[in-house]
Design a binder for this molecule. Structure first.
Ligand code: AHM
Ligand code: MG
Length: 337
């Protein structure tokens, strides 16, 4: 069979044995994410029909309440993973606390916890701009068959066993890693299957795109201001192109394919940045490193940060290796290092 025609389902099974902890459990988990992604994709694609089928908060023709899409996506992902009984805990950007799933049952041998941002960039939905789902998978650190605890979720990003995203864009894609490179699969909506379309994705080492919300420029640290000025200078292959969608998944996806850097730094408004370490930065950082890219807060590798709370935020700089290193050099210089 030609590799290009491989479906995601086939790919998951064929690569199961290459995974060091292979037991089929991770494959089932990835398959459940694949299924939920299809359901959410269907709903996201109807988002423009609000005038016809009713907006969030309305009651539809079947007497069902219309939900906001981020709430819908949250429920779908949690339901799919809970019903199939393949994880022992889930933490979601949409929930205040983590959810334990039969984890106190001593017959429950499930080892994995999932952290998820069910619909990232959801303010873009109303204007028909792409959004994404981001997920991150760890092995629990507490013993199997005992209740999951907060420490199962507060692991360093370097402990991830898998991570990925779904981008609901001009086409819908799942991109994921289990620590052996990054592969992308595109949904054929006519058939409802994801096909391997982007095998072995890698960041170009250098790039010409910088992605940052420049409206916050005045509040940025000096190192970031200096780096942005560097991107805009006319010298060598600069000035670079500025591209900012405001959907992390889409900005990252484009930068990985074309070469670029994404920055959401700390600012006087958001002293720890805006993005969440566990639901957004760690999974994207794992993908970046697996694709020969780099990710840090300007000083520390994202995957080395020890989380202290579920909804913690961190400054985030991620993308082509040489670009991230340049931004880090500007940060160090501004700190007098
Ligand atoms: P969200 O989790 O509330 O959707 O926020 C995350 C999003 C990212 O996808 C995006 O990169 C960023 O927020 C954009 O923020 P801003 O509008 O401040 O530039
Ligand atoms: Mg988010």
């Amino acid at each position: 069979m030609s590799r290009q025609k491989q479906t995601l389902g086939e790919f998951i099974i064929e690569n199961q044995s290459a995974f060091q902890y292979s037991s089929g459990e991770l494959s089932s988990l990835l398959n459940s994410i694949r299924l939920a992604a299809k359901v959410v994709n269907h709903e996201v694609n109807k988002a423009g029909l609000v005038d016809i089928i009713g907006a969030a908060g309305d009651t539809n023709i079947q007497g069902e309440d219309q939900q906001k899409l981020d709430v819908y996506a949250n429920e779908k992902f949690i339901q799919t993973m809970t019903k199939r009984n393949i994880v022992c805990g889930i933490a979601s950007e949409e929930e205040d606390d983590f959810i334990a799933i039969n984890s106190q049952d001593e017959n429950n041998g499930n080892k994995y916890v999932v952290l998820i941002d069910p619909l990232d960039g959801s303010s873009n939905i109303d204007v028909n701009v792409s959004v994404g789902t981001i997920f991150s998978i760890y092995r629990r650190v507490t013993p199997v068959g005992t209740p999951v605890k907060i420490e199962d979720f507060l692991q360093k990003g370097s402990e991830q066993v898998a991570a990925g995203y779904v981008v609901y864009g001009t086409s819908t894609m799942i991109v994921y890693t289990t620590g052996a490179g990054v592969n992308g699969f595109t949904l054929n909506p006519a058939i409802g299957s994801f096909y391997l379309s982007h095998p072995d994705m890698v960041f170009p080492e250098d790039g010409h795109i910088y992605s940052v919300n420049e409206g916050n420029y005045i509040h940025f640290p000096q190192g970031i201001k200096n780096y942005i000025k560097y991107c805009q200078q006319e010298e060598g292959d600069r000035p670079y192109t500025s591209r900012y969608i405001g959907s992390l998944v889409s900005d990252f996806h484009r930068n990985m394919i074309k070469g670029g850097i994404y920055l959401y730094p700390q600012s006087s408004k958001n002293p720890k940045g805006k993005l969440r370490l566990l639901y957004e930065c760690n999974p994207i950082a794992f993908l970046a490193e697996q694709a020969n890219g780099k990710s840090s807060d300007g000083f520390t590798r994202t995957l080395d940060v020890q989380p202290t709370e579920l909804h913690e935020r961190v400054p985030f700089i991620c993308g082509s290796k040489n670009m991230v290193e340049k931004a880090e050099a500007f940060m160090r210089e501004a700190h007098g290092e």
